[in-house]
Design a protein around this ligand. Structure first.
Ligand code: HEM
Length: 498
C-alpha cells in the first residue's frame, strides 16, 4: 500500500512538473516578444486622465521643438486616452514617409473631420482602397497636365478680375487673405463647373470663404470628445453642433454646383458634347464616373466629399501662404526691391503678367520657397497613424497612435540650414536642384508632405501662387505706373502671426 502511494505521488509530481514546464513555456513564448520589443518613446510626465492636455500652449510647433531638445528627436505624450508621437528630424521622417510609408499611410478621423467629410469619404481623411480610388481620379483626371493646361484661361481670367477689383479698392483697407482666397476658389470653381464661378446670382467664392473660415476655426479647437471618447455623447464644447451647421451650408453650395452642371449637361446638343469631350471640367468627369453603368466607382457623397477637399483645402492653404509671402516681403524691403526689379525686367512696365512669364521669375519663386521654409502652412503636415505597431528610431510607435511630423522644426534644423532663422531667398537661388525641390523627395524641405500622402494639389498650387503674387506685386507695388504703391501697402490687412 505504501509502495502504491509513493508511486502515485511520484506520478503526480511528474504530472505537475510537466504541466508547469508547459505553462511556463507558453507564458515565456507570449512574454518574449514584449520583453524584447522596443520601449515607447520618452516623453514628459502627464496628469492622470487628462494627460499632457493642460500643458499644451497655442504655438505647438514651437513647444514641440523645445520639447525635442529635452526628450530627443522622437517623443510621446498623451492627450486624454490618445497617444501622440512627435518626430522632429529628417532622418526619422524618412523612416515614416519612405521606409514604412505603407504602414503610416492612414489618418485618424476626428469628430469634426468626420462630420465635414461625410464620415471620412474625402481624400484627406479616407484610408486604404477608397482613398486610393479617389486620389487616382483626382491626380489623373482632374489635375492631369492636360487638364491643367486646358484651364489656363480660367486662371488668367480670375487673376485679372482680382487685380481689377483690388484697383477699385485702392485707398481703402484690403484683406489680402480674402482676396487670395476668392481668386483661388474662383479658379477652382471654374475648373469644377467648366467656365463660371457663379451659380445664378450667387458668388460661390464669397460663400465658400465664410464657411471655410468657420471650418478652420472649428478644426483649431482641441475637442475633448476626441481625447475622451466616452464624453463624445455630451459634445461639451459644441464642436459637433457647430460643424454640422457648416456642413449644412457647404452641402448646399456643393449641391447647387452639381445641379448646375447636370442642367448644363442635359441642355448640350450631341455636337456640343463631342466638342466638350476635349476639355472636360472636374464635375463633369466625376458625374460621368458616377453614371457608369458597369458598377460606378463613385456615389454622390464621394463626389461631394472630393469637391469639398478641392475647394476648402486648396483655397485655404494657397490664401494663407500668399498672406505669409506678402508679410515677409513687407518686412524685408530689400527683398521687395529685388522682386520688383525682376518683374520690371521679365514682365515690363506697360505689360501684364502672363503664365509664360512665371517660370522666369526665379527670385519671386525663391521668395515663395523661403516663406514655405519658415512658415510651412501645415506645421505638422496632416497627422498620420500607423496601421500596426512598428519601430521608429529604436522606439515602438503603437498602432492607431497619432504621429505628428514637425516639419516646422525640420525646416530650421541648423545641421541642414545655414543661419536657419534668417529670411534669405538667395539660398534657394544657389542651392542645387535636389536641395531646393519640395516634391517630397527632399526630407529637409517638404512643405507639401512626402510619401504616398504628398499633396496632390502641388502642380496647381505652384502655378497659382506665382501667378497671383506676381500679378499683385507687379500691378500694385510700383512696377505698374498706374499704381499708388505705398497707399496699397499701407492698407493691406495681414493676419499672419509669429
Ligand atoms: C500652398 C498651397 C498648399 C500647401 C502648402 C499644401 C500642403 C499640403 C500638405 C502638407 C498636405 C499633407 C501631406 C502629408 O500628409 O504628407 C496636403 C494634402 C492635401 N492637399 Fe495640399 N497644399 C496646398 C495646396 C493644395 C491645393 C491647391 C489642393 C487642391 C486643389 C490641395 C489638395 C490636397 C489634398 C486633397 C490633400 C490630401 C492628400 C492625401 O491625404 O492623400 N492642396 N497638402
Amino acid at each position: 500500500m505504501t509502495h502504491l502511494n509513493s508511486l502515485w505521488l511520484w506520478w503526480l509530481a511528474i504530472l505537475v512538473i510537466t504541466i508547469s514546464v508547459v505553462m511556463l513555456g507558453i507564458l515565456w513564448s507570449k512574454l518574449k516578444p514584449l520583453s524584447s520589443s522596443s520601449p515607447l518613446p520618452p516623453g514628459p510626465r502627464s496628469l492622470p486622465v487628462v494627460g499632457y492636455l493642460p500643458f499644451l500652449g497655442p504655438d505647438l510647433h514651437k513647444q514641440f521643438t523645445n520639447m525635442a531638445n529635452t526628450y530627443g528627436p522622437i517623443f510621446k505624450f498623451h492627450m486624454g486616452s490618445k497617444l501622440h508621437v512627435v518626430i522632429n528630424t529628417s532622418e526619422l521622417t524618412k523612416v515614416v514617409t519612405r521606409d514604412q510609408d505603407h504602414t503610416f499611410a492612414n489618418r485618424n478621423l476626428t469628430i469634426a473631420a468626420s462630420i465635414i467629410t461625410y464620415g471620412g469619404q474625402d481624400i484627406v481623411f479616407s484610408n486604404n482602397s477608397h482613398w486610393r480610388k479617389l486620389r487616382k481620379i483626382f491626380v489623373h483626371e482632374a489635375l492631369s497636365n492636360k487638364n491643367l493646361a486646358a484651364c489656363s484661361y480660367f486662371r488668367s481670367n480670375e487673376v485679372r478680375k482680382t487685380i481689377k477689383n483690388v484697383f477699385g479698392k485702392l485707398g481703402t483697407s484690403i484683406d489680402i487673405r480674402q482676396v487670395s482666397f476668392l481668386t483661388e476658389s474662383n479658379v477652382l470653381t471654374s475648373m469644377i463647373l467648366g467656365n463660371t464661378s457663379t451659380v445664378g446670382s450667387r458668388h460661390l467664392g464669397e460663400e465658400l470663404h465664410i464657411v471655410s473660415t468657420n471650418i478652420s476655426e472649428i478644426f483649431g479647437r482641441p475637442n475633448m470628445s476626441d481625447f475622451f471618447p466616452k464624453l463624445a455623447w455630451f459634445d461639451l464644447q459644441g464642436v459637433e453642433r457647430d460643424m454640422k451647421k457648416q456642413l449644412k451650408m457647404m452641402d448646399e453650395i456643393i449641391e447647387s454646383m452639381i445641379e448646375q452642371r447636370t442642367k448644363l449637361n442635359s441642355k448640350m446638343s450631341h455636337d456640343e458634347v463631342c466638342d466638350h469631350e476635349e476639355k472636360k471640367d472636374f464635375s463633369q468627369i466625376l458625374l460621368e464616373l458616377k453614371n457608369q453603368e458597369d458598377g460606378s466607382p463613385l456615389d454622390i457623397t464621394h463626389i461631394k466629399a472630393l469637391l469639398l477637399d478641392v475647394m476648402i483645402v486648396g483655397a485655404e492653404t494657397t490664401a494663407t501662404l500668399i498672406e505669409w509671402v506678402m508679410t515677409e516681403i513687407m518686412k524685408n524691403l530689400d527683398v521687395m526691391k529685388r522682386v520688383q526689379e525682376e518683374l520690371e525686367e521679365i514682365v515690363g512696365l506697360n505689360n501684364i503678367v502672363e503664365e509664360y512669364h512665371l517660370q522666369k521669375l526665379q527670385y519671386l519663386d525663391a521668395t515663395i520657397k523661403e516663406t514655405l521654409r519658415l512658415h510651412p502652412i501645415l506645421p505638422f503636415l496632416m497627422p498620420r497613424s500607423p496601421s500596426k505597431d512598428c519601430t521608429v528610431g529604436g522606439y515602438t510607435v503603437p498602432k492607431d497612435s497619432t504621429v505628428l511630423l514637425n516639419v516646422w522644426s525640420i525646416h530650421q534644423d541648423p545641421r541642414h540650414w545655414d543661419n536657419p532663422l534668417e529670411f534669405n531667398p538667395d539660398r534657394f537661388l544657389t542651392y542645387h536642384e535636389a536641395k531646393k525641390s519640395y516634391n517630397g523627395n527632399n526630407l529637409n524641405f517638404f512643405p507639401f508632405g512626402s510619401g504616398r500622402r504628398l499633396c496632390p494639389g502641388l502642380p496647381l498650387a505652384e502655378k497659382m501662387l506665382l501667378f497671383i503674387l506676381a500679378s499683385l506685386l507687379h500691378s500694385l507695388t510700383g512696377v505698374c505706373p498706374r499704381a499708388k504703391s505705398m497707399t496699397f501697402l499701407k492698407n493691406l490687412v495681414l493676419h499672419s502671426r509669429n
